[in-house]
Design a protein around this ligand. Sequence first.
Ligand code: HSE
Length: 297
Amino acid sequence: MKRVTIRVPATTANLGPGFDAFGCALSLYTDVTFEETDCGLEITGCDEAYTGPDNMAYTSYCAVLASLNEEVRGIKIHIDAHIPVCRGLGSSAALLVAGAMGANVLRGNKLSIQGLLNITNAMEGHPDNLAPAFYGGLTASMVDNGLPVTVNFPLHPDWEFLALVPNFDLPTPLARSVLPEQVSRADAIYNIAHGAMVLKALELGDEKLLRNAMQDRLHQNYRKKLITDYEKIEALVRTTGAAFCLSGGGPTLLCITQDEHLEEKLAKKLDSITTASWQMLPLHVEFQGARVIRVDN
Ligand code: HSE
């Protein structure tokens, strides 16, 4: 039976003010292998809790077959995940993307990447992780008449990303449940202006502009309370001159810098200001989106 392995990059969404719109692919990956069988569902490589039919790689696999009007046969799915789960680095989006692409490849590549993004966006509800996971690089997306439209933005080559990943998780539904349904006009204007500046600062490599622009009034202030020592860590990062934001819905905190010594500088002080344990992950931008890394016929 045909077997295919899909590699999907981690993604950081929002980048401060670009709530549900901006995203960037990063150099950390989840590989998912799909092999069609005669019947049944077998999922390996992940926690027992994720081996049922609600596994997101499987649900998106089924959604793509449904959109092609094709029958779901048996399937073996093996997950080799290096993206930390429920940490704001796009682990769920990676599974949705892998499932969609796996189904498409196994059934003859009938859908375009845009078609796969349309299907997975309807499942996830916002395209900000999915779009960079499919296309790579820095993306901004809008949803028009229910369908996502994505563009890639240029990025200065000197940026380095340092993710601070804590030892606790934060499911996205909880991180979204604390957000207000309505925002003031002043806050909406603040985010539109800051969002435009973030994209330009990332293009130009302007660290001062990025530090000032990467502020937000739509989500981060409400989410802080869910994240141990958020404000202390933000204050520490700001003393280094790096730009700072919440990665997606959190709890990972993201520093963007051109200072190659940032990790050392933070390591000296981080443990003394926080009661949680934080892993520092130095990452760079991944310009290639999800791809097939192996096919066995
Ligand atoms: N834009 C989303 C959020 C990303 O901030 O809730 C997490 O899925």
